[in-house]
Design a protein around this ligand. Structure first.
Ligand SMILES: Nc1ncnc2c1ncn2[C@@H]1O[C@H](COP(=O)(O)OP(=O)(O)OP(=O)(O)O)[C@@H](O)[C@H]1O
Ligand SMILES: [Mg+2]
Length: 500
């Protein structure tokens, strides 16, 4: 039974200002024991900042925080953890060269003299993993594991502190479907134990499934707190965006033309992709559907030359393209927005302009080797406006943007390379509902210009709403092809299960 009256955490009138941004403007949040409380809002609304004020990463400028009725003011994350507040951050911050158990216990494992016992640490890690059903070898070096497993380690670590309040800031953005289910089991177990869970996500379906209460923020302000059952999806969107969002997708006005790209007998050297052949037309948006590990990402990465092919030919406008490296692929007119763009694509201390234009420098060569600053500014501003990226100005360091706004900058970077073929891997992951529309519009514009877009997405409505045709992968092979206009989610799911 949820004890609804038992308030665990109360945050009152929290204010936090950064140079040029009032990130939090008097925000309130009350979390009860034994409940999951979702925190929602557009990219840059202040969700992560509010949680970092709780966790002692940032010092709030004003306001009060009460934990179990006692006022607290954590100076750093260590103090927060010692007092029963844990957090899984939006961006992973792990010691990649060290192993799993080092990462689990760094700075807190009981020592005997100057030494920690490897054996004890191993056993302690296994104890946590067994309890949570996590299957990872504690001695594995972090950098050798897929991001999704690293994320599960981070989750296990947060849970291992036996905290009363646990914050999950977009925990599922790199998890597979099975891992999401696993995380939800863990969260349910924590709720039953009486923990207060704060859950941040842009995935509406997750929010409806897991949360008891929802608080919505907009532009650094508290907007509403309601029981999850009392809010329809459309209510949440309206409260988040501040206006009615009637259409989720822009109208498809593109008309695919002649065959442009041919991929024949593509097989992976070190993965299970087998004999994938397809064609894509000019001005076409082609979707790539399938379950996790069906080979969708591998197909994109093999075409772009960052995965070794065992066989396969790629032809663009009748011209064979060898695409043996990303450099060669870019020269041949391809661009790839990777799934793990935050881990691989961001130059943190560089500003937004530098991060935007870095892959399209030749557009700005006006006088010999000199780059035109004016055109750099114009290009950068175009994408800031097009995706409504929330930033004080172009000179802001990209690392001080919110997670979703960082993503938008990287999307702009790849669109600026003006590729003939744009490969997009989960383009709207971590992006709020409002800004998704703007991104669909940009994809649509590219198709109107006669470019070919190939897009991987786990969100079926997104594929149906934006693509002309959808290829379905299953177990590394192509299981079928459907016309987006007259197919159903069921048909796609059936194909996706064909060789799985
Ligand atoms: N360290 C920082 N320095 C300067 N500005 C910052 C810093 N951290 C956050 N901000 C700004 O504060 C605002 C709120 O950002 P925050 O990261 O809390 O958003 P969010 O709601 O978590 O968004 P997202 O859904 O994109 O993760 C943004 O405008 C962001 O640029
Ligand atoms: Mg955030």
């Amino acid at each position: 039974m949820n004890n609804n009256e038992n308030v665990l955490l109360r945050m009152e009138g929290i204010v936090k200002e950064f140079p040029g941004v009032k990130a939090l403007d008097g925000v309130n949040l009350t979390v009860k024991a034994g409940t999951v409380h979702a925190l929602m809002g557009e990219n840059g609304a202040g969700k992560s900042t509010l949680m970092k004020c709780l966790f002692g990463v940032y010092t709030k400028d004003a306001g009060h925080i009460y934990l179990d009725g006692r006022e607290v003011n954590f100076k750093n994350s260590k103090e927060a953890l010692e007092n029963g507040v844990a957090m899984v951050h939006q961006e992973l911050n792990q010691a990649l060269k060290r192993n799993v158990m080092d990462n689990m216990w760094l700075g807190r494992f009981p020592r005997t003299g100057p030494f920690t016992s490897e054996k004890k640490m191993y056993d302690a890690t296994m104890k946590v993993f067994d309890e949570l059903g996590v299957h990872v070898n504690p001695k594995t070096i972090m950098s050798t594991m897929p991001v999704s497993q690293r994320q599960m380690v981070e989750i296990a670590k947060a849970v291992s502190y036996n905290s009363k309040v646990i914050v999950f800031d977009e925990p599922t953005s790199s998890l597979t479907e099975n891992e999401v289910e696993h995380l939800f089991q863990i969260i349910n177990m924590l709720r039953d134990r009486g923990c207060g869970i704060i859950y941040i996500s842009h995935k509406m379906a997750e929010i409806k499934r897991i949360s008891d209460e929802i608080t919505i923020m907009r532009d650094g302000q508290w907007i509403a707190t309601e029981k999850a059952d009392d809010l329809e999806m459309s209510d949440i969107i309206r409260l988040m965006v501040g206006r009615e969002l009637t259409n989720q997708f822009p109208p498809k006005t593109n008309t695919p033309g002649e065959t442009f790209l041919k991929v024949e007998n593509l097989s992976g050297m070190y993965n299970h992709v087998r004999d994938v052949s397809f064609e894509a037309r000019r001005g076409e948006v082609l979707g790539l559907a399938g379950l996790d590990s069906s080979g969708r990402t591998e197909v994109l990465e093999s075409i772009f030359g960052i995965r070794t092919r065992k066989s396969g030919t790629i032809t663009l406008a009748g011209k064979p393209c060898r695409n043996r490296s990303s450099g060669e692929s870019i020269k041949n007119g391809f661009a790839l927005l990777t799934e793990e763009r935050r881990a691989t694509g961001i130059f943190g201390v560089r500003n937004i302009r530098e991060n935007t234009i870095i892959s399209s420098l030749k557009r700005h060569k006006k006088f010999g080797p000199l780059l035109s600053e004016k055109s750099q500014r114009e290009d950068t501003q175009y994408y800031i406006d097009a995706m409504r990226t929330k930033t004080p100005n172009q000179e802001t360091q990209i690392r001080s943007l919110s997670g979703g706004n960082q993503q938008k900058v990287i999307i702009g970077r790849w669109l600026l390379t003006e590729p003939d073929v744009l490969l997009l891997d989960e383009p709207t992951r971590g992006i709020d509902v409002g800004a998704k529309y703007e991104i669909y519009q940009l994809i649509q514009n590219l198709a109107l210009q006669g470019k070919t877009v190939i897009m991987v997405s786990s969100e079926m409505p997104e594929l149906l709403g934006t693509c002309d045709r959808i290829l379905v992968m299953s177990g590394g092979r192509l299981a079928g092809e459907v016309d987006a206009k007259n197919t159903t989610q069921e048909e796609i799911m059936t194909l996706a299960a064909k060789f799985a």
